[in-house]
Structure formats: structure tokens, C-alpha cells
Design a protein around this ligand. Structure first.
Ligand SMILES: [Ca+2]
Ligand SMILES: [Ca+2]
Ligand SMILES: [Ca+2]
Length: 266
């Protein structure tokens, strides 16, 4: 009874930004401006004298252009017709861009632990095969994009209160808004990324430990504390058999059968 009451209270109160368990979440976005490098400095070294680099782009001006990263945390998630609502900018310059995922069959059955990136300057990567270890899809949202995976429209993420919501195909918010002004309240600079510093799971909300920092990881599990911490996707990806698991099972079965035969013969 008490438990039911508490559940009811939780449902009524909810969390300010997201009441239910997440099926898909926003994991990271870059706020590095076009002329800046990660953690400032020059092409050679950042403000601390270290060559801080994104795991995919390396150390480049603009840190790969506008991009954001999502993680699927519910197995067999259908993203077809879903959308991103991205608010960014200050004062009269604040604008919201909506990017809609297409009806492509690629989006119809996303396994838990899948990483989806949306980038303005990186071409579509529609290869996707979790059983073989490819857990990453990139969709190019650009005026010059293909439009096969997501709206062919430019977008902007930055250090100006970027907030991202994920919508389902019926325009219900399934996660968000998440970003600067929600968590953290402020402090995302134009040499930084915004990122979840915790393992992705259905328990994550926009108020989870999202922080600004310079450990950037486009298309890969997030890093923090200078790379000492890395998100663990093992639980999420356990739903998919590891490469070779079927073979190992076959070997184990053969050993068991031969042991049984040996016992009978003895
Ligand atoms: Ca891929
Ligand atoms: Ca842009
Ligand atoms: Ca990442």
C-alpha cells in the first residue's frame, strides 16, 4: 500500500523535465566554436599545454563542427519519425531547430547500447551491425545532406544555452529538454563539450550528472576526469550476443556431450 502510494506520488510529482524511464537519451554535444580548439590554445596544445583531442576527430579547430550524440537504452527501440528539438542562442538570436528522423528501416529496430550521432559536417554512416560490433550510426543533418536518415537542414549547438529534446513520432517528448540551463545550470564554454558523466541507462534524466568538460568522444562512450573515467555500455549491450558467443556455446555443448559419452562408456 505504502509502495503504491509512493509510486503514485512519484508519478504525480515526476521530475521537472522527464517523468518516465528513458528509452533514448542525449549523451553529448559539442560547444566548441568554429575558431576554437578543445580546452583552448592552438593546434599544437591546449591552454594547459596538453594536446587534448576528440577520440574521433583528433585535435581540430571547431572540434568537428556542430554535432550531438544520443544513446538508445531500450532494446528494439523504433526511432522512425522521431525528432530532435534543438534550442540554442541568446536574446533575439535564440532559435529552435527541429530535425526529424526519416522512415528508413535503419531506425526501426535499434538495440540497447546503440550510439546515434547527428552531425552537420560528417557524412551519413548507415552501416550498423551490433552482432558484429558496429553499434554506431551517424546521420548528417545539413543543407547539403542526403535526407535519407534525417532532415537535410543545418543546425547549431554551442555554448549559448543549448537544450535538446527527443520527441517520438507522435511529437511526445521522450527525453529532455537536456543541456545548459537544465544541468548544468551554466558554465558550458566555447572550448568545451557537454556530456553525461555516468553510465547511460533508463534511470538517466536531464538532471543526471551532465557536465561541461574537454574530454570529447564523438561516436564513443563518454570520458571524464581527463579520460580516467569511461562510460560502461556492457549492461546495455548484454542483450546482443557477443561475436563468437554462439561458437563458444557450440564448443561447450560438444565438450559436455563427449563427457557424457565418456561417463556412459566407463
Ligand atoms: Ca556504423
Ligand atoms: Ca551549423
Ligand atoms: Ca561520446
Amino acid at each position: 500500500m505504502l509502495k503504491r502510494l509512493l509510486v503514485t506520488v512519484a508519478l504525480v510529482v515526476g521530475s521537472p523535465a522527464n517523468a518516465g524511464a528513458a528509452a533514448i537519451l542525449v549523451n553529448e554535444y559539442t560547444a566548441v566554436s568554429a575558431s576554437q580548439y578543445l580546452n583552448g590554445g592552438t593546434a599544437a596544445a591546449d591552454a594547459d599545454g596538453v594536446p587534448t583531442a576528440d577520440t574521433y576527430f583528433g585535435r581540430v579547430a571547431g572540434n568537428g563542427g556542430d554535432w550531438l550524440e544520443l544513446v538508445v537504452v531500450q532494446d528494439h527501440y523504433d526511432l522512425r519519425g522521431g525528432a530532435l528539438s534543438i534550442a540554442e542562442g541568446t536574446g533575439a538570436g535564440r532559435a529552435t531547430t527541429v530535425l526529424t528522423f526519416t522512415q528508413s528501416s535503419l531506425w526501426s529496430d535499434l538495440r540497447s547500447g546503440t550510439i546515434v550521432t547527428v552531425a552537420e559536417d560528417v557524412p551519413d554512416d548507415p552501416t550498423y551491425n551490433p552482432i558484429a560490433g558496429d553499434w554506431w550510426i551517424n546521420a548528417q543533418a545539413s543543407n547539403s545532406g542526403s535526407g535519407l536518415l534525417i532532415t537535410a537542414h543545418n543546425f547549431s549547438v554551442s555554448n549559448d544555452d543549448t537544450q535538446i529534446s527527443i520527441l517520438d513520432s507522435a511529437a511526445n517528448v521522450v527525453f529532455g529538454p537536456a543541456g545548459e540551463g537544465v544541468q548544468p545550470v551554466s558554465g558550458v564554454g566555447n572550448t568545451e563539450v557537454w556530456k553525461l558523466e555516468a553510465d547511460p541507462s533508463a534511470q538517466v534524466t536531464p538532471l543526471s550528472p551532465y557536465h561541461d568538460g574537454s574530454s570529447s568522444s564523438f561516436g564513443s562512450p563518454n570520458r571524464w576526469n581527463g579520460g580516467a573515467n569511461v562510460q560502461d555500455f556492457a549492461m546495455l549491450r548484454a542483450a546482443v550476443p557477443e561475436p563468437g558467443a554462439a561458437t563458444l556455446f557450440g564448443v561447450a555443448l560438444a565438450l559436455l556431450l563427449s563427457a557424457a559419452r565418456a561417463r556412459r562408456a566407463a
